[in-house]
Every structure is written in structure tokens, then in C-alpha cells.
Design a protein around this ligand. Structure first.
Ligand SMILES: Nc1nc2c(ncn2[C@@H]2O[C@H](COP(=O)(O)OP(=O)(O)OP(=O)(O)O)[C@@H](O)[C@H]2O)c(=O)[nH]1
Length: 661
């Protein structure tokens, strides 16, 4: 399985450990402004004097002159580059040097994608008056859609489209998302400097597909800065200011969070009413926990402390003593001042992120367990959306089952573990949850294939089995339509819509089983269309499905860690591939080894490994004492790495080879 939307450059080269997630150093930037805050010590003691002026300037801006907006775009259409230009234009960062200010996480820089929502405040002078603007850079990738909860709290989005590529899958998906949230959309056509740019075509697509008025559009080159100055006046003219009484009780929405070694969890917040300052006692509606505010401030673009955050503002807060566990910070949670809980209505929109892709991870050598556990905990510290459960496998020992929001999320995590642990870790291919509807009406979502109901239980107590489907939107040039439909059908897709948004570009909508999507569907799609198709998907629904547990058996013993839940139509194909692949990785033994794949109780594939004809040691001459000893020692060394399945011992490399992508 591969992640969707991998950028062309190497993902693994120069991979810096994501431990930077947890250090203040992840907070950015090269130039002077950012560097002055970019040290390990708590920042509030280091605020330059000039910041007092900034604070005064902000204090003088009434809420009527606040604007909160975001940029939505297909991956790589230039959202982060445009954000950088806007920050330069408003003097928030120095021109040049600063690159991708809002893409703060190392993983984002490495992969050139935005993973977490970022925000930055700017002061912009328009018609002689100061405006306080908050720009939110929302992730383009669907896995991180949870981060875009924030979208619903804004009132304008710039819909950015690459002039050379035109409307793509995520443009379509983002449009519908923004539209359903009642956001005003201003089209921005980017990359007009490219020789292949075709702005009139992009404008026509915007008009035909989304009924967006080309007159409202701004044509820019975020890279060269051409016409970027025309963007912010649109923002000011087209969006209403936020509303909220700063004298009312505090109503604060948690938008995002990240972990800092010194301060604990830092919360990115939007104030809907009231105000918050250091020393305030606040409580969470979701957890009921109480905290004392240690510092409040704005992202400018780095954390810049302020005396107060008031209604309409977006900024950060952290507590003193600090919030220790990322899990306490629940995106979409509302906070208020302690004692005012009865007077304040929590904001709607709090949702626990749902894991939809699972892998199991095991150390090759159980002595590496603690080290691996530390690494996993370290990453999870800053990523509240990963779920962890301990797992124990007869074949692979003690390990964990990890749950992710989607395939990219999963592969980012996997890359880091592999980077740190290399060959000493075994990771199973991703799987998706399934649902059991019991005859007594209970519904149970199961994430571990080994918990699939056994034969008798299945027949007597299960009313229905279901698997998750996603609603996929694929855009592609017309000439590939046959191949893409074939691919979707081969992946059990159900066509929902086929429409043309220009004479030669097609939008296809399919319901696809998530299990197929995680099995490198995007890679296959790229292959089928020479890279011209784009894909976006949203969670659809559970659907009744003829699924079955597929197991690998070695001399009749199931290899538990390898079990998978698959559709019956796929069982034989996967089973055959399994036994062939496993056979290739298992050494010959002294006796016959039978490798089988079983779908439920039915054997769907079988391979046999013939035994050695003679004992190797017997063949050695009696005088070969040293060779004999060497051979035995080698065997002993090897045995440490062996795992027992039933009566046979299998080298860990067999599992690694088998489970490798
Ligand atoms: N020629 C040209 N290239 C641009 C322009 N704007 C952005 N780019 C390039 O396009 C690539 C993608 O730009 P980003 O700003 O990282 O794209 P993004 O939309 O933020 O990507 P995600 O964060 O992954 O969603 C980079 O190589 C940019 O240098 C432009 O106006 N002209």
C-alpha cells in the first residue's frame, strides 16, 4: 500500500525524525523574526519590546475590522506559497528566505503537503485603517479532514486553482465542503506565470462547475508575487466580520493542538465570545477538566504572547501547569471560565476522530519492545488522532495495533517508525474495520481480524456483516475513462455519477470499499492514467458485505498476525498470492511444510515445501569438527531470530519479506 498523493521527491531521504514534533524547534522559520522565538527556553521571557506596539495596534482594532479566512485548494496548487506571499505583503514575515511558513511540521516540509491546520494573524492597512486578518492554512489531504473542522467556523474561503491544471478532484470536494458550510468563495487562479497556464479555461471551469462569477476572480502568481496585492482587498470586501460580545462569558473553541516539551499541550483557539487572559480558570465541556491559563497569544507567525485574546480572535493558549496529555485536547471542544458552565452553550462540532486504517507493529526481537514503545508514544504525544492498542501475536510476539485516519496518515507514521527502527520492526499491511450486526440487534465495530466471529458463532448469532465504503471523486481526461471505470469495477466500485466539466475533463463518482482504497488504489489510478487523474474521497457509509476472514496456515496452524478480513470474491486471489509469497520466504525444513490460505473453513490455496533429503550435518565428514561447530553455532544464532508457528520455526525475515509491500 502506498499513500495517496506522494510528491515526486524522495520521501525517505533526509527524513528528520518527527521528534521535532515534540520540540519547540518545530515552530519554525529561518529569518530573524522567527528565530528570536525559536529557542528551547520558555518564550514569554524573550518578547522583544516592539511587541508592545503590536499589542497596542491590535487592541485598537474593533471586531468589525477582523476577518477570518482560509485558502482551499487541490494539493500542490500553491496554497502555502500564496500564504507566504500574503504574510510578506502584510509585513508579518520578511520577504524572501521564508518558505512555507504555515507548513510547520517537518513531515509537511518533507512531503510538501499540509497535514495540520495552521493559522497566522496579520495586520493589513486598507483604506487607511488597520484590519486584523486570520489566515488558516487547512490541509489539502482528505486524511486530515478532521483538521478542517475549522472551515465551518470561517465565512470565506479563497478557492485556489492552478491555472495550468484547472479544477481537480480536491477542488471539487473542497468546493462542496465549503459550499455546504455556507462559506463565500472567491476564485483565485494561481501560477499564471507558467507557460502552460490557461487562466480562461480555469475561469470557465469555475463558472461551469461551480457557478462562480469569473468577474470576482483574482489572477495571481504566488511564486513571483504578481497581483497578489489584489487578494486581501477581496477578503475584506467579501466577508463579514466575525461577531461576538467580548463582555459576555467566555466561549472558546479548540481548533487544533500540538505538544511542546516545556509548555505541555498548546491549544489553537478561536474566541466566539468573551475574553481570555493568563491566570483565568477555564474548564472543558468535553472532559470537564479544569485548567489555569498560563499564556495567551497570537501566531504572528510564531507564538507571540498577548495580554488578552478577545471575541473574534484566533490565537493560542497554554496552561500552567501545562496540559500533559494530547488526548485531553479534543478538537471541536468548547471551553469557558470556571463557574460559567451553566451560562454558556457549547459550540456544536465536537467529534472524536475515527480511525479507519489499522496496522499492527511488532519488534523483530522482543528485547526491542521498550524502545519501540517509546518511539510510538513519542509520536502519539503530538498526534491525538492515532489510536493504540496492545496486541499479542503467537507468531510475532508482543506489539501494538495502531489506528489512523487514513492511508497517508498511516504511511507518515510508518515512515517514521521505519526510519528509527529500520529492519528491526515488522509492520503488517493496512486493514480496515468491519461491523458485525448481531441477531440481538447489537452493532459491533471490529478492528482486529482475529476478532472475526468464528464459524459456529457466525452462523448462529450474526445477522449481517458490513464493511466501510467511501465516496470517491475522480477527475480525469476523457481518454482514460474506459481504463478508470475498469479499475473501479475491478475494485468493487459502484458508479454514482459521470459528468463532464469541460469538453475533455470528466468527473467520476464512485462508492468504493475502503479496503480497496487503502490497497494503493491511488497508485493504480495514477498508473492507469499516466498520472493525469486526481482523487479525493469522503467517508460514505457502512454497507452489507459478504466478507470473510482469510488466514494463512502453516502446517494447519494459523499465523495470527497475518489474518485479514476480505470480500469473498477476493479470497482466492489473495490466498494464492499469500501462499506463493510465503513459500518464497520460508527455508526448507527437515520435514514437509504445508502452507495454506483458508477463507473461513474453506481452503482456497495451497503450497508445499519439500523436506531436505538428508541431514546436512550427517553429510559432513567426522574430521570436519570445526565446520560442524560453526554450522551448529550459526544455527543457534539463527534460532534467536526464529519464530515458532505450530511445529515449525520460521525466520523473522520470512515475516518481514512476506509483509513487505
Ligand atoms: N510557477 C509557479 N509555481 C508555483 C506557484 N505557486 C506555487 N508554486 C509551486 O507549486 C508547488 C506547490 O506549492 P505549495 O504552495 O507547496 O502547494 P500547496 O497547495 O500548499 O500544497 P499542500 O500543502 O500539499 O496542499 C511548489 O513547488 C511551489 O513552488 C506559482 O504561482 N507559479
Amino acid at each position: 500500500m502506498q499513500a495517496c498523493f506522494r510528491p515526486a521527491h524522495s520521501l525517505r531521504s533526509g527524513w528528520r525524525l518527527l521528534s521535532a514534533f515534540a520540540s519547540p524547534a518545530h515552530v519554525l522559520g529561518k529569518p530573524t523574526l522567527a528565530r528570536s522565538f525559536n529557542t528551547a527556553a520558555p518564550r514569554f521571557s524573550q518578547v522583544p519590546k516592539a511587541l508592545g506596539d503590536l499589542e497596542k495596534r491590535i487592541a485598537a482594532i474593533p471586531i468589525e475590522r477582523f476577518r477570518n479566512f482560509c485558502i482551499v485548494a487541490h494539493v500542490d496548487h500553491g496554497k502555502s506559497t500564496l500564504s507566504d506571499r500574503l504574510l510578506e505583503l502584510t509585513g508579518t514575515i520578511q520577504p524572501g528566505g521564508n518558505k512555507q511558513i504555515l507548513d510547520k511540521l517537518d513531515v509537511e516540509r518533507e512531503r510538501g503537503i499540509t497535514v495540520k491546520a495552521q493559522t497566522c494573524s496579520m495586520i493589513y492597512k486598507y483604506k487607511g485603517e488597520d484590519y486584523l486578518l486570520h489566515l488558516v492554512d487547512t490541509p489539502g489531504h482528505v486524511d486530515f479532514r478532521a483538521e478542517t473542522t475549522f472551515l465551518s467556523r470561517l465565512s470565506l474561503a479563497l478557492l485556489l486553482v492552478d491555472a495550468s491544471q484547472g479544477v481537480q478532484a480536491q477542488t471539487v470536494a473542497n468546493f462542496y465542503l465549503a459550499f455546504s458550510q455556507g462559506l463565500q468563495l472567491v476564485p483565485v487562479i494561481n501560477k499564471v506565470d507558467l507557460p502552460s497556464a490557461d487562466a480562461p479555461r480555469a475561469l470557465e471551469q469555475m463558472k461551469n462547475t461551480f457557478e462562480l462569477d469569473p468577474e470576482k476572480a483574482v489572477l495571481v502568481s504566488a511564486k513571483t508575487g504578481l497581483n497578489v496585492e489584489a487578494v486581501l482587498p477581496k477578503v475584506i470586501e467579501h466577508i463579514p466580520a466575525p461577531t461576538g460580545d467580548h463582555n459576555a462569558p467566555l466561549r472558546l473553541l479548540l481548533v487544533d493542538s500540538w505538544y511542546d516539551n516545556y509548555k505541555g499541550v498548546i491549544l489553537l483557539v478561536r474566541i466566539f465570545q468573551g475574553q481570555v487572559r493568563a491566570g483565568d480558570h477555564v474548564s472543558s465541556f468535553a472532559t470537564g477538566l479544569k485548567y489555569i491559563v498560563g499564556e495567551v497569544g497570537i501566531m504572528y507567525p510564531d507564538q507571540t504572547p498577548q495580554k488578552v485574546l478577545r471575541a473574534g480572535q484566533v490565537g493560542y493558549i497554554f496552561f500552567n501547569p501545562g496540559m500533559k496529555r494530547s488526548k485531553e485536547a479534543k478538537v471541536g471542544d468548547t471551553y469557558t471560565t470556571v463557574g460559567f458552565e451553566k451560562l454558556v452553550e457549547p459550540l456544536p462540532g465536537f467529534e472524536e476522530p475515527k480511525s479507519m486504517v489499522f496496522v499492527a507493529a511488532f519488534p523483530v526481537d522482543q528485547s526491542g519492545y521498550e524502545h519501540l514503545e517509546d518511539s510510538i508514544n513519542q509520536i502519539v504525544l503530538n498526534d491525538r488522532s492515532v489510536t493504540i492498542q496492545k496486541e499479542s501475536s503467537e507468531a510475532l510476539g508482543a506489539g501494538w495495533r495502531l489506528g489512523f485516519l487514513g492511508t497517508l496518515h498511516c504511511s507518515v507514521f510508518e515512515d517514521r517508525l521505519r526510519q528509527e527502527h529500520g529492519a528491526s520492526i515488522i509492520i503488517t499491511p493496512p486493514s480496515v474495520p468491519f461491523k458485525v450486526i448481531w441477531r440481538d440487534g447489537r452493532e459491533q465495530t471490529i478492528t482486529n481480524p482475529n476478532d472475526f466471529p468464528d464459524g459456529d458463532v457466525l452462523h448462529q448469532h450474526v445477522a449481517e456483516l458490513q464493511e466501510p465504503y467511501v465516496g470517491a471523486t475522480i477527475t480525469l481526461p476523457e481518454e482514460y475513462i474506459g481504463k478508470v471505470i475498469e479499475l473501479c469495477e475491478a475494485n468493487r466500485g459502484v458508479q454514482k455519477e459521470l459528468s463532464y466539466f469541460t469538453a475533455s475533463q470528466v468527473i467520476l463518482k464512485y462508492d468504493l470499499p475502503l479496503a480497496h482504497l487503502v490497497d494503493d488504489f491511488f497508485g493504480k489510478l495514477k498508473g492507469a492514467t499516466k498520472g493525469y487523474a486526481s482523487l479525493d474521497y469522503e467517508e460514505a457509509a457502512w454497507q452489507r458485505s459478504a466478507i470473510v476472514k482469510l488466514q494463512l496456515l502453516v502446517n494447519k496452524q494459523p499465523v495470527d498476525a497475518v489474518a485479514r478480513v476480505v470480500h469473498t470474491s477476493q479470497a482466492e486471489r489473495i490466498g494464492r498470492a499469500w501462499v506463493a509469497k510465503f513459500k518464497a520466504h520460508v527455508d526448507r525444513q527437515m520435514f514437509e511444510v504445508v502452507i495454506q490460505a483458508a477463507a473461513g473453513r474453506r481452503i482456497v490455496a495451497r503450497e508445499t515445501i519439500k523436506p531436505f533429503r538428508k541431514d546436512v550435518l550427517q553429510k559432513l565428514h567426522a574430521s570436519d569438527v570445526s565446520r560442524r561447530r560453526k554450522l551448529l553455532e550459526k544455527q543457534k544464532e539463527g534460532r534467536k531470530k526464529l519464530r515458532a508457528v505450530g511445529n515449525i520455526a520460521i525466520d523473522h525475515t520470512a515475516f518481514q519479506g512476506f509483509l513487505a509491500k
